[in-house]
Design a protein around this ligand. Structure first.
Ligand code: BEZ
Length: 252
C-alpha cells in the first residue's frame, strides 16, 4: 500500500462501512468452520475479523495501517501490523481470507508466495478484491482532472485490478489450484457524496496536489462523474467490479 494513502478509522467508518457490510458472499465462499485457524489479510478495522472470531474461528488479522490495526485491537482481536507483500507466517493457517485489500498490493506474486507459506498443506486461499474494470469511470475522471494539472495519474496509481486470466495464472505459478473464480460487476451505493469516497480511497492522487488545490480537484472530479454515477435523487453509485475466488494450496 502506498505511503500517501492513510486509513483514518473514523473517516473509514463514515465513508466505507459498506466494504465489510457487502462481504457476505466471500465469507460464504470461505465457509469458515469453528476451530479453524484463519489469517485475515488486510483486516482493516477488524469488522470481518470479528465476525470470523464470532463464528468460532481462531483468527489473526494483519494490515499495513497502524491506525486500522489500533482500531481492530480496540475490538479485542489478535492483530498486527504487517505488509501483505512480506507475510512472515509458516504453515500455520487452515485458510487465508482477504476482502477488499489485494487490489492495494501491487506485487501480487509476492503476496501469493507469502500466502502459500502461511498455509498448512492443502489450506485454502479465499478472497475478494477489485477486478478488471473496477471503478473505470472514477479512475478516468481522476486521470483527466490530474492531467489538466500536469500530473500523470498512471505513474502514481495505487491499484491493481487484474483479469481472471492474469490472476489464475499467478495463482497456478504460485502453487495453487483454483476451485472457483468469477469477475462480478457490483454497482455500489455510497453512504454519502463522491467526494467522501475520493477522500477515503483516492488519497494517493489528492496528495500529489498542493493542499490548496485539493478541494477544487475533488469537486471537479465529482461534478464530472455526476451525469454517469449519480441518480436523480442524489444517490451515488460507483462502478465496482469484484474478483472473487477460492483456491487451495497445491501439494507437489
Ligand atoms: C474496491 O474495494 O474495489 C476498491 C476500493 C478502493 C479503490 C478501488 C476499488
Amino acid at each position: 500500500m502506498t505511503a500517501t494513502q492513510n486509513w483514518n478509522p473514523d473517516r473509514y467508518s463514515r465513508n466505507a462501512r459498506f466494504v465489510s457490510d457487502l462481504a457476505g458472499p466471500v465469507v460464504e465462499l470461505l465457509a469458515p468452520k469453528s476451530g479453524e485457524r484463519i489469517l485475515d489479510l488486510g483486516c482493516g478495522d477488524g469488522a470481518l475479523t470479528e465476525q470470523l472470531a464470532a463464528m468460532g474461528c481462531n483468527v489473526v488479522g494483519v494490515d499495513s495501517s497502524g491506525e486500522q490495526i489500533q482500531a481492530a485491537r480496540g475490538r479485542g482481536l489478535d492483530v498486527c501490523i504487517m505488509d501483505g507483500h512480506q507475510l512472515s507466517f509458516n504453515e500455520e493457517f487452515d485458510a487465508v481470507f482477504s476482502n477488499a485489500a489485494l487490489h492495494w498490493m501491487k506485487a501480487p506474486d509476492d503476496v501469493i508466495a507469502g500466502v502459500r507459506r502461511a498455509l498448512k498443506p492443502s489450506g485454502r486461499f479465499v478472497a475478494e478484491f477489485g477486478g478488471y474494470g473496477c471503478i473505470t469511470k472514477v479512475a478516468a475522471a481522476v486521470y483527466s482532472s490530474l492531467a489538466r494539472r500536469g500530473i500523470d495519474a498512471a505513474a502514481i496509481n495505487p491499484w491493481y485490478f487484474p483479469t481472471i486470466d492474469d490472476y489464475v495464472a499467478r495463482l497456478a505459478r504460485g502453487g495453487f489450484d483454483v476451485t472457483w473464480i468469477a469477475l462480478i460487476p457490483r454497482p455500489t451505493v455510497l453512504p454519502g457524496e463522491m467526494t467522501g469516497w475520493l477522500e477515503t480511497f483516492a488519497e494517493t492522487f489528492t496528495a500529489a496536489l498542493p493542499p490548496q488545490d485539493r478541494a477544487p480537484f475533488l469537486s471537479e472530479v465529482q461534478e464530472s462523474l455526476r451525469p454517469d454515477l449519480c441518480t436523480p435523487d442524489g444517490t451515488w453509485v460507483v462502478d465496482y467490479v469484484r474478483l472473487r475466488f477460492s483456491a487451495v494450496r497445491r501439494e507437489e
